[in-house]
Design a protein around this ligand. Sequence first.
Ligand SMILES: [Zn+2]
Length: 394
Amino acid sequence: MPFSAASEKDSKAIGLLKTLVGFDTTSYNSNLGLIEFIQSYLSSYDIDSTLIHDESGKKANLYATIGRTDIGGVMLSGHTDVVPVASQDWGTDPFSLIESDGKFYGRGSADMKGFIALVLSRVPEMVSSELTKPIHLAFSYDEEIGCVGVQRMLDLLEHQHIKPSCCIIGEPTGMEVVIGHKGKHATRVKVRGHACHSGQSPLGVNAIDFASELIVYIRKLAHEKAQNGPFDKDYEVPYTTLHTGVIGGGTALNIVPNSCQFDFEIRHLYEEDPQHLLDQIENFARDHLENEMHLIDSDTGFNFETLATYPGLLTDPGIEFVAYVKGLLDNNAHSKVIFGSEGGLFQKRLGIPTLVCGPGNIDQAHKANEYISLEQLKKGGNFLDHLLESLVLS
Ligand SMILES: [Zn+2]
């Protein structure tokens, strides 16, 4: 479908998406260029926004309210960072939006600058309408590394007298209503061994061997979860999972390694507390493995560091907010998804009913040649138009 098939509003959204994709906001970079662009775009419509910076001052969340400030309203939320393109085989420049055959290619086009562009494209109408309830914009940084940046925005919102009354996170769900996702806890384990010549290996403490024993134990717990549950059949994988994803250690084959490091994660059902599993893993390391290691050297052992953690999301499908959003979409279906979002934090820390619903497909996210289709942009735009209509006095 050529560019010309887009309506005026679609074209505005596509223009904004082109600008947003042009900022390389890979999580390890600053997002300030993009945030300052949004801030000045909003201020051109007389909307004040608050920036909430990180410790380094190189990244920021943006929060803005359009309309009255004496009651809660609908929060539209998205993250501004994207995943890296390194070692991905892209056919085009990932940081310039390229249209081909009704698809718009670029890093973040689906996850989730497409949604942010659509929201911004509707700002002129939000401003000129007499809104009965306000619309809040909440754009975060460092979501892709474990919902890290949004925490500072939550600190601010927590102390506000009037909070948003509901939240829509525009992660790519193909514009389907998502009421739930699992929580995640990511941990780094550092193993301190005792080096010696490999010819004397019984006199050393092999950090790789002991790391491996703990990894096998984590795998055993994963099998137990798969066997015994609890289960939630709404998920493709209906139970809590554990998995080790990164490992490194040792320097040479003829040296017993004195260090090994690995990262593992737990993706847990909403109702399950990951702390119980973490305790089991740490206890196994302390009570079984370290006891054995200390027979050689008492300075050896395990160190555990939390890399990222966020809660699961579960919104009661029976509440009015869910029916309201389904009505706007004219689609009564809802589901749960395999990926996480900031939604669990909005729900758990602020008590705000939250749904995930946005344009694009998660299958295209995080991969080479990520794209969003014009059809999805149109669907997302229609949804925002209906949302806006519902907030205006008729
Ligand atoms: Zn995302």
